[in-house]
Design a protein around this ligand. Structure first.
Ligand code: UD1
Length: 431
């Protein structure tokens, strides 16, 4: 078993380069399943969620070739197996995009219910509502999602009004609709950067999608998608995580390969806290030298403050002057990390969707456990600013979404390393 060991207190200096966006890559790779020909995908992050989704595609018969560290060729012209392997699919949230992709291309899909971080209930009723509006019959039983167009053939276009803004449902419906017979309209659609990225990918392969990035997306189904090449956008949340790390640890870092516009919601809060953020063409320069001020943060769908940055901003606010209030309005259970932060001396009270953080002068290092991807990243941030040594276990959660996190932070002066711990030293969990 491996852990991260962080000796806190070093300021960060230098440059950190951001990888391709996890949430865009895990939507674009399943979308390649709908393409008749070779898709060259560039700027693919090397993270375990990507490895998993590629493994699933290979099991379905896709030919996946690595061109270089960040570029892959995927050819799904000869898919032979349409049954998605259960044990692989249940490990990752994005496996449910295979429902939209397979249903759109073949009119039939059988996909295990997905996994992913536990953030409270993660229903898929809006995805199903979309598929049904396109003429499919959908049934969930025995841990599987069965979707089929009765009588065979492809789905029809449909009109879908989402009851809540859902990233996953918007993506899944858009995938299915790209090859449907007719026009699909998604109203109250999500507007996250990776939704626009997926639409751009599909359009570059011959799809006809308009309005991605607004709350009404219109998709005119086409008969075929052809191969081409496409580069994934930079990861908004990875960039935000390193911006938060500089805010917590202090120092000055150039964060490169970003789209500054996507970071506006994060930048605005950091500036309010007293951090300097300078936007350049494809980089942001982040500097924190003085004290951090308290702020209130409420998570919202894009362009609001991202829920996937909530634990990381909480880590920064632990040492801000004054009392900050966090309101989580996307997920019902996203404060599981608070217990771990308390081990480091944080003063946080949680009541339902609200967390009240009373800033302390210094956190203190402690052994903590990453309970999910972004909570794990937040523990890294807390460890960087803490006095003493923090050891973070269950780092497999972090490695689902951050490419070479240790190297990137160590390159900017952090004292962080991967520690191998013999399994016999791992204490059994009680209770
Ligand atoms: C995606 C992201 C995740 C992020 C979330 C919100 C990926 C792979 N994951 O997750 O990191 O935290 O967006 O930005 O891109 N809902 C329903 N019914 C549905 C679908 C969603 O009630 O059918 C609810 C959810 O319970 C949640 C809210 O809608 O409360 C938003 O969920 P959604 O945007 O769908 O999140 P994901 O796509 O799962």
């Amino acid at each position: 078993m491996t852990k991260y060991q962080i000796r806190g207190g070093n300021q960060l200096h230098g440059t950190i380069e951001i990888s391709g966006a996890k949430n865009a890559a895990v939507a674009i790779i399943p979308a390649a399943l709908m393409v008749d020909g070779v898709c060259r995908i560039e700027n693919v992050p090397q993270i375990s969620d990507v490895t998993l989704i590629l493994k699933i595609l290979r099991e379905l018969g896709a030919n996946v070739q690595t061109v270089n560290r960040t570029t892959i060729d995927i050819d799904c012209s000869h898919i032979r197996n349409r049954q998605v392997p259960y044990e692989l699919a249940r490990k990752i949230r994005a496996s449910y995009y295979l429902v939209g992709a397979l249903l759109g291309r073949f009119g039939w899909a059988e996909v295990p219910l997905p996994g992913g971080c536990y953030l409270g209930g993660r229903p898929i009723d809006q995805h199903i509502k979309g598929f049904v509006a396109m003429g499919a019959e959908v049934d969930v039983r025995n841990g599987l999602i069965y979707a089929q167009v009765p009588g065979g053939g492809r789905p029809a276009g449909g009109q879908v009004y989402l009851d809540m803004v859902s990233v996953g449902a918007t993506i899944n419906i858009m995938l299915c609709a790209a090859l449907a017979n007719g026009m699909t309209v998604i109203e109250n659609a999500a507007k996250e950067p990776h939704i626009v990225d997926l639409a751009n990918f599909l359009n570059s392969m011959g799809a006809d999608i308009m309005g991605a990035g607004t709350d009404v997306i219109k998709i005119r189904g086409v008969s075929r998608l052809r191969g081409g090449s496409y580069s994934v956008i930079p990861d908004q949340i990875e960039a935000g995580t390193y911006m938060a790390a500089v805010a917590a640890a202090g120092g000055e870092v150039l964060i490169k390969n970003v789209i500054p516009k996507h970071l506006d919601c994060i930048t605005a809060k950091l500036v309010e806290m007293g951090v300097d953020v300078e936007e350049l063409d494809d980089a942001v320069f982040v500097r924190r030298s003085g004290p951090l001020h308290r702020v209130n943060v409420k998570t919202m769908p894009y362009p609001g403050f991202p829920t996937d940055m909530q634990p990381q901003i909480a880590a920064v606010l632990c040492t801000a002057q004054g009392t900050s209030v966090l309101t989580e309005s996307v997920w019902e259970n996203r404060y599981r990390y608070v217990e771990e932060f308390r081990r480091m001396g944080a003063r946080i009270q949680v009541d339902g969707k609200v967390a009240v953080i009373e800033g302390v002068d210094r956190l203190t290092g402690a052994p903590v456990q990453a309970c999910d991807l972004r909570a794990g990243a937040a523990m890294v941030i807390a460890g960087l600013s803490a006095q003493g040594v923090t050891e973070i276990s269950s780092i497999e959660h972090i490695e689902r979404g951050y490419e070479t996190l240790v190297e990137k932070l160590a390159g900017a002066g952090a004292d962080i390393r991967v520690l191998s711990v013999p399994d016999k030293e791992v204490q059994p969990q009680v209770g």
